[in-house]
Ligand binder design. Structure first.
Ligand SMILES: Cc1ncc(COP(=O)(O)O)c(C=O)c1O
Length: 458
């Protein structure tokens, strides 16, 4: 790993170059506006987005998001204000596709209307470890939490595809209509990747929209090896949420909803064709500037140009730069887990990291005989609740000192059908490219200093 001084110098230089790049773009935009002004300087002539784009030559590397990749000539995407919004838009699009009458009737239909449209209750599936934005979206769209099936995960935190298929079959037998499965690529707490290929096949078999929430882990698409393993099957997905504002470090907020079958998948289900603003017509030549306007495909109207941030960062760091950044995050998580393992009298690693997240407990001396590591073995499935308080107390003290910022989380695992609560553990997401071996040691030291302050002898 780089030494901290070398790394911080590199990044200071990087920041300066990026800053000058931003200044140049700023200048181009001001020129664009000035050029667009007519003689009086009071109004703007319309300059096409294409005209602007020709000035900033936006070549971006093309990268498929699955093992085989989406078809770059067809697939497309839109920026949304965050991963929650991208997931919500995916659900809106899928709902409007499978229940086209909903835009007219809503979901509160009379008995006669239900017969008319052959109404079936819409059902959504997601894993118990998925992000709460899926629950929120289901509530906002009037589908209702009762119709959101939380599919159990295996011991490692991956969605159990057999449990998914059984839940789908059950819903069909109940005369409901399963239509949307959310799989997660990088779960919020454990950083786990659901088995995308199997889930994709189930979606095909039962004709359901396959969405992948890659808000956290989607960025591994920039690392060849991880992409092939962790995102295998993502090419089957109808839509994919990708948050460059997380692991790629693009300034908040920057999130994309990528769609396999092109923007019309979204446009046809969402756009209201408000022609007083959007002048695009079906037969419009793609050279016509109005055809570039994709504004009515999102829930919002006016929006920030979030894609510019992604484009600038990508041009500056390059695919290799992004790849290095993600690899470093994964390496840090692995190295940190090793450091925890080396001190396994004081710590218990909850899970080996799959991506950039490490989950572990600190065990003070007074609890070491009762909260021994073997208590966590697969067969016993007993997680001592006392560790929740230890984690929270140390976390609060570390954070109050202001040197580093820590967080904690808890999860529910399944032993067969029985849910088992795993008490609060430290959850560290590695992301910053300037984190190095020294910094990893510093985190451990801070935890130990605070552990000693609270619990005495180490
Ligand atoms: C898996 C997952 N999905 C969605 C989100 C929400 O993303 P945002 O905060 O950009 O709305 C998060 C945030 O942590 C996440 O971890």
């Amino acid at each position: 790993m780089d030494s901290s001084s070398e790394t911080s110098n590199n990044y200071t230089e990087d920041a300066q170059v990026l800053d000058s790049l931003l200044t140049k773009v700023h200048k181009i935009i001001i020129e664009y506006l000035n050029e667009g002004q007519n003689g009086t300087g009071k109004t703007l002539n319309y300059l096409s987005p294409k005209n602007l784009i020709s000035k900033i030559s936006p070549e971006v590397p093309q990268n498929g998001s699955g093992e085989k990749g989406y078809d770059e000539t067809i697939s497309s995407g839109l920026t949304c204000p965050g991963g929650s919004a991208s997931n919500t838009l995916a659900l809106v699009v899928a709902r409007n596709k499978y229940f086209p009458y909903v835009t007219e009737y809503g979901l509160c239909l009379s008995d006669d209307e239900k017969k008319e449209v052959d109404y079936k209750t819409p059902v959504v599936f997601t894993s118990i470890h998925s992000h709460y934005s899926v629950d929120k979206a289901v509530i906002m769209l009037g589908i209702g939490k009762r119709n959101l099936i939380a599919v159990k995960c295996d011991e490692s935190g991956k969605m159990d595809p057999d449990a998914l298929e059984n839940a789908v079959i059950k819903a069909i037998k109940e005369n409901r209509r399963p239509f949307f499965v959310n799989a997660t690529a990088g779960t919020t707490v454990l950083g786990q990747f659901d088995p995308l290929e199997k889930i994709g096949e189930i979606c095909r078999k039962y004709d359901m929209w396959f969405h992948i929430d890659g808000s956290l882990g989607g960025s591994v698409m920039f690392c060849e090896n991880e992409r092939r393993v962790l995102l295998k099957g993502s090419e089957l997905a109808n839509s994919f949420t990708f948050n460059p504002h997380k692991m790629l470090g693009v300034p908040l907020q920057c999130s994309f909803l990528l769609v396999r079958d092109g923007l019309d998948e979204i446009r046809n289900r969402v756009a209201l064709k408000a022609n007083y603003l959007f002048h695009r017509s079906e037969d419009m030549d793609e050279d016509d500037p109005s055809s570039w306007d994709i504004g009515d495909s999102t829930v919002g109207c006016g929006r920030k140009p979030d894609s510019l941030k992604m484009w600038l960062s990508w041009r500056y760091y390059g695919t290799e730069g992004f790849s290095n950044r993600v690899s470093n995050a994964l390496l840090c998580a692995n190295r940190f887990s090793e450091l925890i393992k080396e001190r396994n009298d004081k710590y218990e690693l909850f899970r080996y990291p799959v991506s950039n997240l490490v989950s572990f407990w600190y065990i003070p001396k007074c609890l070491r005989s009762t909260c021994k590591p073997d208590i966590f073995t697969e067969s016993q499935k007993c997680y001592p609740e006392e560790l929740a308080e230890v984690t929270k107390k140390i976390c609060d003290l570390v954070n109050s000192k202001g040197e580093i910022l820590l967080d904690y989380a808890s999860v529910t695992l399944h032993e067969g059908e029985t849910p088992v609560r795993v008490p609060e553990f430290f959850r560290i997401p590695f992301n910053s490219p300037i984190v190095d071996e020294n910094y990893l040691e510093k985190i451990i030291n801070e935890i130990e200093v605070c552990g000693k302050e609270i619990y005495g002898e180490q």
